[in-house]
Design a protein around this ligand. Structure first.
Ligand code: NAD
Length: 261
């Protein structure tokens, strides 16, 4: 039996991962804003600290792996860019930094971070916002999104996913992670039918944008199938997988960027 921490465990793809890990006989310490072993609001520094410490206490300082699935979609709203930035970027990197020693303690831990194919297919994501996030400066990133007006939440979403993916790839090859046996990788889903996407589809303007996005395979992804990929990335198949981004999006990324390789 291995011990895993999963954020965003109460819904969608995080919940599907928890279901599979539990069914396989593993122990999972779940983290979410409600209905979890560790109830914490990852949009605040205190909530992130609390989540980090409570998971460490629950797992006895040893983690075989972690899945960072908590995230917010690009819904409209003035406060949204800030919330998206806090949860999707800082809610991943601060927890992983806090768990690094516990992951190192097992010698071959696997980590899967939820990125998105927005990180490669969304145009105009301001590079200075991404640079600001990687430097830990949320305010500077938010300033760069303001000029997009109503489009700011979408830019904050894209920016958070580009930055978190770069953070994963940079840390993945650093000795303190890779030499400690920690395998850091990301999964980049396209449109997957979870409550997050359902909320977006319920808003006419967002639904129009989603439906106009090309998905060569057609339809939406199934959360369980995405979870199957995550489970694979938590197993020995990932021993030699370092800083990889697995795109599972029905072909959208290939449609836009087939030759960008
Ligand atoms: P979901 O809304 O079903 O689940 C997300 C979970 O994150 C929820 O349980 C929610 O409570 C939790 N969460 C949100 N804010 C939180 C906070 N402040 N503190 C603690 N927990 C919080 O969404 P999902 O579609 O399963 O998304 C999982 C991940 O996949 C997210 O990072 C999302 O950005 C990413 N993603 C989703 C899609 C998609 O189409 N569904 C596409 C690409 C990437």
């Amino acid at each position: 039996m291995a011990v895993y921490a999963v954020t965003g465990s109460a819904s969608g793809m995080g919940a599907a991962v928890v279901e599979r890990l539990t069914a396989a006989g593993h122990r999972v310490v779940t983290v979410d804003i409600a209905e979890a072993d560790v109830v914490a609001d990852l949009s605040t520094p205190e909530g992130r600290r609390d989540a980090t410490e409570k998971v460490l206490a629950a797992c006895g300082g040893r983690l075989d792996g972690a899945v960072l699935a908590a995230g917010l979609g690009p819904a409209p709203g003035r406060e949204r860019p800030s919330l998206i930035t806090q949860v999707n970027y800082f809610g991943v990197v601060e927890l992983l930094q806090g768990w690094r020693e516990a992951l190192a303690a097992t010698g071959d831990a696997k980590v899967v971070v939820f990125s998105s194919n927005s990180s490669t297919t969304m145009p105009l994501v301001p590079s200075r916002a991404v640079a600001a996030l990687l430097a830990g400066d949320a305010e500077r990133a938010l300033k760069a999104y303001r000029m997009f007006g109503k489009g700011a939440p979408a830019m904050a979403y894209g920016g958070s996913k580009v930055a978190v993916t770069r953070w994963v790839r940079r840390r993945a090859v650093e000795p303190e992670w890779v030499r400690a046996g920690i395998r850091l990788n990301a999964i980049a889903p396209g449109a997957v039918l979870t409550p997050l996407l359902e909320r977006q589809l319920a808003t006419p303007e967002e639904a129009k944008a989603i439906r106009s996005f090309p998905v060569p395979a057609g339809g939406y992804g199934d959360p369980g199938l995405l979870a199957d990929w995550v489970i694979h990335m938590l197993g020995p198949a990932a021993d030699f997988m370092v800083g990889s981004v697995v795109v599972v999006d029905g072909g959208t990324d290939a449609w836009f960027r087939a030759d960008d390789w």
